[in-house]
Design a protein around this ligand. Structure first.
Ligand code: HEM
Length: 454
């Protein structure tokens, strides 16, 4: 076996760095070791991080059967062992075939109106002079969107309860300190409802109860005409004609809820930050949005070039999921002339690929124009990963980002409360902008054209 070089530091110190300051740690390692480096136990499941496009390309192009899932234990703790994010092999491929259609093409576009309506309902609460936490508001929008798209739950007691519980559940695992309880099993002590792990366990039980009640009720009378994802999953049958069990359904629903709203909320927050941090970007975007005709539909808005470039650049500079999901080798594999044994865990380090000067000149600059003048290959630009484990919500998340941004910018004049650099913090498996990032509602825009369109 020939592994890339890497630091020789105690495992506990490595774990702490990865939990507390992952991006700074990767910056240091990239500076020192370049295109690839190894962490973890070199003799037993070493973890190899690759940021060179050739390495990423070879991982994405390799036979999927070579890899098993190596999702960390805390992911399973949150979403359950049947989750698409955990399974591998034929089962994983089958689950993907089942879950992907609603997030693509016509099925996905049908959610355009829903996204616009929800954004409008949330914006309707704003008043001039109000200051708000951008992340909280974006999270409210994306959580409502995913709850309605996935469950078809629009209102009612269960919807409200789920919304509140999921919000609290996320808070319970979001801070660095609390996240450590998930990362390090030895720290999971249930000392009652007030202890962090105890709170996590109780919230999970309450969420489960609501999910199972919804699943049971909906199983009783399946309405095939409904467009939500739960209906689709309830109707699905496996190769021998069996429906999904309650636990399987619960795990997939929770996976979609988690993967689908937190990441998109962070991406939206960061896009709004940069749009308002750089007046030139805001000016260009507003003039593009002002060209939207009153009879345009959401798909037209999703194709606007500068809006698209702003979303792409946001996820280039801040890939919220800063790495691909880890892939564990089942057989030997050679990548970039390194030879990896079975058991080696391979990770595409998106964060450093996106910061490569040879791909993205002046990489720390927010510069949407780079996406207007050049096309990047899937192994050069990979905020949604790639290969057989690529994000199933990629098209949906981008669609949602563009509609929410167009809607907000067409209606409101906003401003950052503090003009200072944004620093991302650890948020479960991803990173996120801090809740302290606030904006001020300065006034309404003169031309509120898009609002009548969408
Ligand atoms: C800006 C928003 C999002 C970002 C940046 C993002 C990013 C990612 C990344 C990097 C992966 C791992 C890919 C790999 O290992 O190659 C992933 C996987 C996944 N994402 Fe997303 N995602 C976003 C939104 C969504 C949405 C809206 C959904 C669905 C509602 C979703 C569902 C999933 C699922 C189910 C997986 C696991 C796929 C598998 O293992 O086969 N994501 N996402």
């Amino acid at each position: 076996m020939k592994l890339p070089d890497g630091p020789r530091i105690p495992p506990w110190l490595e774990t702490i760095q990865l939990i507390v300051r992952p991006l700074e740690f990767f910056d240091e390692l990239g500076e020192r070791y370049g295109d690839a480096f190894t962490l973890g136990d070199r003799n037993n499941s070493p973890v190899v991080y690759l940021n060179h496009p050739q390495g990423i390309k070879e991982i994405f192009a390799a036979d999927p059967n070579l890899f098993g899932s190596a999702s960390p234990i805390h992911v399973e703790t949150i979403v359950g062992k049947h989750s698409l994010a955990i399974t591998d092999g034929e089962l994983h491929q089958r689950q993907r075939r089942l879950l992907m259609p609603p997030f693509h093409g016509e099925r996905m576009r049908a959610y355009g109106q829903l996204i616009c309506d929800i954004t409008e309902q949330v914006m309707a609460k704003w008043t001039i002079g109000q200051v708000f936490s951008v992340r909280s508001v974006m999270q409210e929008i994306t959580l409502r969107v995913i709850l309605q798209a996935v469950f078809g739950l629009h209102q009612g007691q269960r919807y409200e309860q789920l919304r509140q519980l999921l919000g609290s559940f996320l808070d319970a695992v979001s801070s660095t300190l609390k996240a450590s309880l998930l990362f390090i099993p030895a720290l999971r002590w249930d000392l009652g409802a007030w202890s962090p792990w105890g709170q996590f366990v109780r919230l999970r039980q309450q969420i489960d109860q609501l999910l199972y009640s919804e699943i049971h009720e909906r199983r009783q009378s399946i309405e095939a005409s409904r467009t939500d994802i739960l209906t689709l999953l309830l109707m699905a049958r496996d190769d021998v004609g069996q429906p999904m069990s309650d636990v399987e359904l619960r795990d997939q629903l929770l996976t979609l809820l988690f993967a689908g709203h937190e990441t998109t909320a962070s991406a939206l927050t960061l896009a709004l930050y940069w749009i308002h941090y750089l007046p030139e970007v805001k000016r260009k975007l507003e003039s593009e949005i002002d060209t939207i005709r009153t009879d345009a539909d959401p798909s037209f808005i999703a194709r606007l070039p500068y809006l698209t470039a702003v979303c792409q650049e946001t996820l280039r500079l801040h890939p919220i999921a800063f790495q691909t999901n880890p892939r564990k080798l089942k057989a030997p594999l050679e990548i970039m002339s390194y030879q990896f044994d079975p058991g080696t865990i391979l990770v595409g380090l998106t964060y450093l690929t996106h910061k490569r000067e040879d791909l993205y000149p002046q990489p720390t600059r927010f510069h949407p124009e780079r996406f207007l003048t050049r096309q990047f290959a899937p192994y050069e630009y990979l905020p949604f990963g790639g290969g057989n484990r690529s994000c199933i919500g990629m098209a949906f998340a981008q669609f949602e980002m563009k509609l929410v941004l167009a809607k907000i910018l067409s209606y409101w004049q906003l401003a950052l409360v503090e003009q200072r650099p944004v620093k991302l913090v650890r948020h479960t498996v991803a990173v996120a902008p801090p809740n302290s990032l606030r904006m001020l509602v300065n006034g309404q825009r003169q031309s509120q054209k898009v609002l009548s369109v969408l």
